[in-house]
Design a protein around this ligand. Structure first.
Ligand SMILES: Nc1ncnc2c1ncn2[C@@H]1O[C@H](COP(=O)(O)OP(=O)(O)OP(=O)(O)O)[C@@H](O)[C@H]1O
Ligand SMILES: CC(=O)N[C@H]1[C@@H]2OC[C@@H](O2)[C@@H](O)[C@@H]1O[C@H](C)C(=O)O
Length: 373
């Protein structure tokens, strides 16, 4: 007998919610995990704008946050409905939903992080137990509350055969260094797609640079790349995490002052390089013996970025080969949602979901709170 869980993730790209319905062992072991169904519900443009506005302090936030949280819960419920109808599995057969919520503020140094959602409404609409608010307990224990996926990466991708890195390139990027001879290292490396998406929206009116084709036709501006790399967060020693709180449009505007003559396509090439170089530097500093870097998140579909990441690693004198998590049998699109299904499974099993070596928490903690169906 196995246990079924749903994982729902909507990340810093603010594009929509990824869902997976997955099967975990009945005995509490981490593997085997198998994906039964997947779904993706894009957010309408108006919700994306509301979520973007909530990333920064402004008027009447409590009301706007609550309204957006209800809408998030309704989109989450639509994603769950798609998973159950696609698979033909009844809600009553599903143990729980792990729902990440939408990050609108991440301030571990101030003692909080906020992932908006209405888990009660989601439980009401789906008739399935919901586990939510995964990050707060780790922060209560002195941790960053992020990144959380390294524990899951270790559980399903860890091996004694090689040291490997899993790099998640979503809105923000993070890495997990999986070396069976030492504790997992994991931290946010800086921007993933967030700056590239903002630049492309402004100049092409699209939500992202498909396959990195626009960036591939531009030239990297070395002095601008240096200006971007001159950021205190990048020099911090882990544990560390970040978000739109730091890497927002105003941050980019500030860096671009003095580059008024730079062509937009060259800026895009430089922003893509910035993501590749910050990832490569983090891997070179913390995963010297890694043989392979497996990329997940939407950035895995940016062919130009993948190519630049490989080049940046080679330029650092690193021998690792870059591939996507498809090579490990999990589609890059589904890794994060699967991680939140796994975190819900861990909660129900009353097992810890955090890694103190990654987040800096005082100890292992069971993550999340349960909202009964
Ligand atoms: N074909 C593609 N070409 C280029 N970029 C792509 C492509 N497909 C997806 N992306 C990028 O991936 C982003 C979405 O990635 P993802 O779904 O991993 O983000 P997320 O869940 O918000 O991430 P996180 O929570 O890790 O920050 C898009 O905004 C886009 O920039
Ligand atoms: C606060 C927050 O939402 N952080 C996200 C974000 O997106 C990527 C990176 O920054 C990571 O720290 C985290 O997400 C993944 C799922 C994590 O916790 O591992």
């Amino acid at each position: 007998m196995s246990q079924l869980f749903i994982g729902l993730m909507s990340g810093t790209s603010l594009d929509g919610v990824d869902g997976v319905l997955a099967e975990f062992p009945a005995d509490g072991h981490d593997t085997p995990v198998s994906t039964v169904a997947t779904a993706y519900i894009p957010f309408p443009a108006a919700l994306r704008e509301d979520l973007m506005a909530l990333q920064a302090p402004a008027d009447n936030e409590i009301h706007r946050e609550a309204v957006a949280a209800n809408l998030i819960a309704r989109h989450y419920a639509a994603c769950v409905a798609q998973l159950t109808s696609q698979s033909g599995i009844a809600p009553a057969a599903i143990c729980a939903i792990g729902a990440h919520g939408q990050t609108i503020r991440h301030r571990p140094e101030a003692g909080y992080t906020r992932q908006i959602n209405n888990p009660s409404l989601l439980a009401e609409l789906s008739s399935i137990d919901v586990i939510a608010d995964f990050r707060s307990r780790d922060i209560a224990a002195g941790g960053q509350g992020a990144p959380l996926v390294p524990a899951f990466h270790q559980a399903i991708f860890g091996t004694t055969a090689e040291t490997r890195v899993v790099a998640n390139i979503g809105g923000i990027s993070n890495i997990s260094v999986l070396d069976h001879e030492q504790q997992v290292i994991g931290f946010d490396t800086g921007p993933g797609n967030v700056l590239m998406d903002a630049w492309v929206a402004r100049h092409l009116g699209t939500t992202f640079d498909a396959d990195g084709a626009w960036a591939a036709g531009g030239r990297v501006i070395p002095s601008l790349l240096q200006a971007l790399l001159d950021e205190a967060f990048l020099k911090l020693v882990p544990p560390k995490s970040t978000g739109r709180d730091l890497f927002h449009s105003a941050w980019l505007e500030h860096k671009l002052s003095g580059f008024a003559d730079a062509g937009p396509q060259d800026v895009q090439a430089t922003l893509t390089e910035f993501t590749a170089v910050t990832l490569a530097n983090a891997i070179a500093d913390h995963a010297k013996t890694a043989k392979a870097v497996y990329v997940c998140g939407g950035g895995a579909y940016n062919a130009h970025l993948m190519h630049r990441l490989q080049l940046a690693l080679t330029n650092c004198g690193h021998a690792a080969q870059v591939a996507s998590t498809d090579a490990l049998g999990v589609s890059p699109n589904h890794v994060e949602a699967l991680a939140f299904a796994w975190l819900a499974y861990r909660h129900i099993e009353r097992k810890a979901g955090n890694l103190p070596s990654v987040t800096g928490a005082k100890g292992l903690r069971i993550l999340g709170a349960l909202y009964p169906a």
